[in-house]
Ligand binder design. Structure first.
Ligand code: FMN
Length: 388
């Protein structure tokens, strides 16, 4: 791959340079242990790139969403979860907001207390308990409140950084195409977001009604890229599971970068594959044997336990939280019974003992790599507040 292409793929966002890669925020999944692991794997597998010393950062690895109200209200349990690892040089926090004043207060606190280096705004969550209170994807259908929230966040970060423009945290917005096929409003959302100061837009190219089902409509991403000013970054999201998908999506849409969600569940090394591509041009696929996958999984578990314990919770709580990762790691391997044992385990030792029964020499099930993982349920009714 020519060097020019790779250089042109380095993005500038908020006074920093990045590879064009994003870990798409996922509640319960993209918390500190997972992000730390993704960065460790980039360092382990990339031949010419190092997350700690290279000026260009490895990408934007976004924490799971946090309620602005909880940050603003200084709810200690919530703040204790929104932590970052020592190897995260750019700390991205995602806020979900339902009210402009809370949003502004939360942004002010994040900026003034230096809780993060970037705020991403969640306008895409389709879950009932979020949308029925006017948050997540409901906001695209209420342009005045959407504008007020982004405006509040921008003011909050400016005031929190004493209007020092070099230090002001960049803000970004993540949204869907619309509520359903009859209410498609992503271009309006984008226009408002840009007018109010978002420097980066991530489009999950589905409607809220689709939830995670059906196919993401990448043509909407292309339309967004063709519509918003060039200096605003557009990240593509939806059904980008592998490096090949990422390359194809960027080629088809012209997006500046790719945001990977479910594709990295059980495959956190996908970011190493992307980083290697964007720094050397090499399209290598890691495809670790089961032995290596189990090592990565156990490291993920170890990081989860120390993170959960640091919040004052037990090993059992960590093991329970970790369970959702076991299926994705073992997907496609001959590991059915061991997986069941692991899912019932209540200690790390039990998971470790179960892993010892596996035939660790199994090759990576390549055919499954590009199949959807995580949630892909059917369409759902979107609940909006009354008179929305
Ligand atoms: C379990 C789960 C949790 C999610 N949580 C969030 C979240 O907190 N914030 C958000 O903006 N999107 C969230 N998403 C959406 C993803 O970030 C992403 O937009 C979506 O999964 C589509 O991308 P993908 O096809 O790469 O998975 C979540 C998705 C899943 C599957």
């Amino acid at each position: 791959m020519p060097v020019e292409l790779i250089e042109s793929r380095t993005l500038r966002f908020g006074h920093r340079h990045f590879l064009p890669i994003m870990l798409s925020p996922m509640a319960g999944i993209t918390s500190q242990p997972f992000r730390q692991l993704c960065l460790e794997l980039i360092d382990e597998y990339c031949t010419q790139y190092d997350t700690q010393s290279t000026e260009t950062l490895a990408g934007i690895f976004v924490d799971e969403m946090v309620a602005a109200r909880a940050i603003a209200g200084k709810i200690s349990k919530v703040r204790a979860k929104a932590t970052f690892a020592h190897n995260e040089r750019f700390r991205s926090l995602q806020l979900h907001c339902t009210d402009a004043l809370w949003a502004q207060t939360a942004a002010f606190q994040i900026a003034s207390e230096r809780l993060a280096d970037h705020i991403d705004l969640n306008f895409g969550c389709p879950v009932k308990k979020v949308t029925k209170n006017g948050g997540g994807s409901a906001l695209g259908a209420n342009p005045d409140l959407l504008r007020a929230i982004i405006h509040g966040v921008k003011r909050g970060v400016e005031e929190g950084c004493d209007n020092n423009s070099e230090a002001v945290l960049p803000i970004s917005a993540k949204f869907r195409i619309g509520i359903d096929d009859d209410d498609v409003h992503f271009l309006r959302t984008a226009e408002i977001a840009v007018e109010e100061g978002c420097e980066l837009l991530t489009l999950h190219a589905r409607t809220a009604q689709q939830f995670y089902s059906g196919k993401a409509d990448w043509s909407a991403i292309k339309l967004l890229r063709d519509t918003v000013p060039k200096e605003v970054l557009v990240f593509a999201n939806g059904d980008i599971l592998t490096l090949e998908d990422a390359i194809r999506c960027v080629r088809e849409t012209g997006a500046n970068g790719v945001a990977i969600g479910r594709g990295c569940m059980g495959r956190p090394w996908v970011f190493a594959e992307l980083s290697e591509y964007y720094t050397t041009g090499s399209t290598f696929a890691l495809r670790p044997k089961l032995k290596e996958v189990v090592e990565i999984m156990m490291r993920h578990l170890e990081l989860t336990v120390s993170w959960v314990k640091a919040q004052g919770n037990s090993e059992l709580a960590a093991v329970k939280l970790f369970r959702q990762n076991i299926g994705p790691y073992l997907k496609g391997f001959n590991a059915k019974e061991v997986k069941m044992q692991m899912l019932k385990a209540v200690t790390v030792l039990e998971i470790d003992q179960a892993a010892r029964q596996l035939d660790l020499e199994q090759d990576y099930p390549t055919a499954l790599e590009s199949l959807a993982r995580g949630r892909s349920r059917s369409q759902k009714k979107v609940f909006l507040p009354p008179k929305w």
